[in-house]
Write a protein of this length. Structure first.
Length: 190
């Protein structure tokens, strides 16, 4: 039996923070209790988590508040994750170098670096980027989940691109379910 794939704790931490920002702390906590995720209240993860925990939370939120509200929460969660990465995980010197480069080389350098640690957010899935015109990012989520989860990555990538490459960057997302996986294609207007 294989060990379950793990992902970073920010998937949960920032999703709970986005819930609290949207609904207020009390209502968010009540919602977490109602959907069987009350154990997260005051007990957010500090280390890598099994990807099942994040995808379970996403599915339960989707059932409770619907697709549109869950997509909004996950996009906010992704943006919050990007801010965390910029503050704590992406070295300042690297950020300065990327910001000095023209957009396409900056994109290539940033996503080359991200690809080295992609397992921290892709879990059992796959991550890739290609330097097409426009550049594209692909995340294949193999763990059973719903297409709405692609909004988490959309929020993260958009915030990183806007901060490091072009404040006017726009990502067009095509998120669909196919062959027992979620395929998230992001075309990046940088």
């Amino acid at each position: 039996m294989s060990t379950p794939a793990k992902i970073g704790p920010n998937s949960i931490i920032q999703t709970v923070a986005a819930l609290e920002a949207t609904y207020g702390k009390a209502k968010a906590e009540n919602m977490l209790r109602k959907i069987g995720q009350g154990y997260l209240i005051g007990n957010l993860p500090k280390e890598m988590i099994e990807e099942t925990k994040f995808h379970t939370l996403v599915g339960l939120l989707q059932k409770e508040i619907g697709d549109t509200a869950t997509a909004s929460i996950l996009k906010d969660s992704g943006e919050r994750t990007a801010r965390y990465l910029l503050k704590v995980r992406i070295p300042g010197i690297f950020q300065k170098i990327v910001k000095l480069l023209p957009a396409r080389p900056a994109f290539k350098l940033l996503f080359f670096a991200i690809s080295k640690n992609a397992w921290t957010f892709a879990g059992s899935g796959e991550f890739a980027y290609v330097m097409n015109q426009p550049p594209e990012i692909t995340v294949k989520v193999i763990f059973p989940t719903k297409p709405v989860v692609g909004n988490f990555y959309l929020g993260t990538f958009t915030a990183l691109l806007k901060e490091l490459i072009n404040p006017k960057a726009i990502i067009n997302a095509d998120i669909k379910q196919a062959n027992n996986m979620i395929i998230c294609m992001y075309k990046c207007g940088i």
